[in-house]
Design a binder for this molecule. Structure first.
Ligand SMILES: Nc1ncnc2c1ncn2[C@@H]1O[C@H](COP(=O)(O)OP(=O)(O)OP(=O)(O)O)[C@@H](O)[C@H]1O
Ligand SMILES: [Mg+2]
Length: 366
């Protein structure tokens, strides 16, 4: 069969669809292939199908169409205790009648480990999440964040090859959250664990992951390493969803030699990189990151098209300046500049000219 293609794929979704009610598809034609040891994050708005994908991968839900393979074998044919999957659920359910130590010992008992070995592993897992002193308590005697850390330790205690985490840091404050992001990444790297991680938090996704799958409406909109996702969004949804972004609307006037000339709706013309526009006459949304806008034209190509901009607001933010402009009818056009000794502070009311390198300005779907 297609064994050759799956050789180095540890986790694989092949044309997976899921419907709960037999009518609407909440996951639509999902294809994904992960090598062993990869840290992959599913990022996307609420209801986009992230948890559903994790549940199918864990074997708690079955795909309506398509196949999910774990190490080359269909997941449905592997008995649950042989799947070697650790999970942290969105609502981190711990067993309420057991102590913390018993909660962690449980997956080891299921795997028939002896008492001394269980105790050593439980201690190490609890220490890892800084909960070593809490082994004798019950879940109800812990804060939400502490319970979440225990849930994490329980998913890792039997040293699974694959760990699925659904919003595992949701209940933590910012400082602990950042600490745990670092810890999870470190533990996963050290143990060589393959991780599928789900979050709403794009900073978390960008900082922790080898690759990020951006979900919307039951589909992966783009699957790419963090820098690629931020710098080369494939479509308007990804450009808007990841990081801050300026959008201008217009029509493609001509495309030649990797440059698209786009006529904005107020008549002005700009140079862009054609990403998913192919011919003159197409509508497009043009996307430019705030830090890629240049306010000093001596830094641009002499033949670059420039746009007039009215300064509406200047915000001093310490390390950067954030200036809001009116550009081609858009009152919310943001420019970020680094607070360097020679950076000009723009004044509201002033009219300036702005520009950019054509490769920083992406002509996307309308
Ligand atoms: N057991 C279920 N029965 C019926 N519909 C479901 C079930 N679980 C999820 N859904 C629906 O499937 C869609 C995808 O849900 P899912 O839980 O996968 O989203 P999600 O991306 O994890 O969202 P969130 O970020 O809010 O957790 C939603 O429209 C949801 O209402
Ligand atoms: Mg979810």
């Amino acid at each position: 069969m297609a064994r050759d293609q799956t050789n180095d794929a540890f986790v694989e979704f092949q044309r997976v669809q899921k419907s709960y009610d037999g009518e609407t598809l909440v996951v639509k034609d999902l294809n994904l292939s992960m090598p062993k040891g990869e840290f992959l994050t599913m990022l996307g708005p609420s209801g986009s199908g992230k948890t559903t994908c994790l549940m199918m991968l864990a074997g708690f839900e079955t795909a309506t169409h398509g196949e999910i393979l774990l190490d080359g074998k269909p997941i449905n044919n592997i008995p649950p205790h042989k799947r070697g999957i650790g999970m942290v659920f969105q609502n981190y359910a711990l067993f309420p009648h057991m102590t913390i130590a018993e909660n962690l010992s449980f997956p080891l008992e299921v795997r028939k480990l002896g008492k001394p070995e269980r105790e050593a592993k439980v201690k190490r897992a609890l220490d890892m999440v800084q909960m070593g002193a809490f082994g004798g308590r019950r879940p109800a005697q812990l804060s939400g964040g502490q319970q979440q850390r225990v849930a994490l330790a329980r998913a890792l205690v039997f040293e699974p090859e694959l760990v699925l985490m659904d919003e595992p840091l949701g209940a933590l404050d910012k400082q602990l959250r950042e600490h745990m992001q670092f810890e999870i990444k470190r533990i996963a790297d050290n143990l060589g664990i393959t991780v599928v991680y789900v979050t709403h938090d794009q900073t978390e996704a960008l900082t922790m992951s080898d690759r990020v799958a951006v979900f919307n409406d039951g589909r992966i909109q783009q699957l790419a390493p963090p820098d690629d996702l931020y710098e080369h969004p494939d479509n308007s949804f990804v450009a808007q969803f990841i990081g801050e972004n300026n959008t201008l609307e217009g029509t493609v006037k001509e495309i030649n030699d990797k440059i698209a000339l786009v006529q904005l709706d107020d008549g002005e013309v700009i140079d862009c990189m054609p990403v998913n526009v192919t011919k003159a006459g197409e509508r497009t949304r043009v996307s430019i990151r705030p830090e890629r806008v240049e306010t000093r034209k001596e830094r641009l190509n002499p033949d670059a098209h420039l746009l007039k901009a009215e300064v509406l607001e200047f915000i001093y933010m310490g390390d950067i300046f954030r200036t809001r402009l009116r550009v081609a009818g858009n009152d919310d056009f943001i420019v970020k500049t680094r607070n360097a000794p020679d950076t000009v502070r723009l004044t509201p009311g002033e009219t300036i000219e702005i520009g950019w390198l054509p490769e920083d300005c992406r002509a996307l779907d309308a």
